[in-house]
Design a protein around this ligand. Sequence first.
Ligand SMILES: [Zn+2]
Length: 266
Amino acid sequence: MKITMLGTGNAAVTECYNSCFLLSEDNNHLLVDGGGGSNIFNQLRKVNTDWKDIHHIIVTHKHMDHFIGVLWLVRMICQHINRNEYEGNVNIYSHQEVISLIKEFMEKFLEKKDLDLLDDRVFLNTVKNNEKVNILGNELLFFDICSKKAIQYGFQMTYDNNKKLTCCGDEPYNDNNELYVKDSDWLIHEAFCLKSEEKLFKPYEKNHSTVVDACSIATKLNIKNLILYHTEDKNIKNRKELYLNEGKKYYFGELYVPDDLEVIFI
Ligand SMILES: [Zn+2]
């Protein structure tokens, strides 16, 4: 199993793509969020992944930097199904709010022949808090991250004989989610900026974390490997080094600060 970081930036970045990633085993892919636009296709092309091989998509929440790229995929998948250029079905998983919005988008923006694919080749799957779904042979347990901004679900994936990968979405870990997050082999957690640059980027005003916050949480929760994403992009060339240097003082497992398009074997 590998994770390909298609984007690692927050909503307002211009030097990298918005946060989204692929979980892949051979040629089976699960896309988590789509970033903020049609650049999702460019990111996939750069990692030699054919978007027509994506048949499973999770959407964490409705914010544009996660959601709009998924709408582009829905549009392109529908068009290509109707041209016999996309094989099989696409399954999208999210909570009620996002599923309703995708349906509304399809009804208002797509042609009738594309809309007719709903429930035939395009399946919108509403998941509930604490619901388990089998995706590509792995168990995914969805949980409400208790966001104060928009309903958002994270998930815990169990794979390879009981390994656990947990994604907390783009907001700080909430104590209500301890059951899902604690002792994970891998945790994907947001880090808006360095603690040392807190005054410059004001992460707490936007309900985000610093590198120190995310690393301290991972230490407290006994996380073996921590991936930080959803960051600012003002010094992207040195981001990895700066974030690793700050984070390693607070977290003693394996810390990753991936660049866009980086692949991590999990
Ligand atoms: Zn975001």
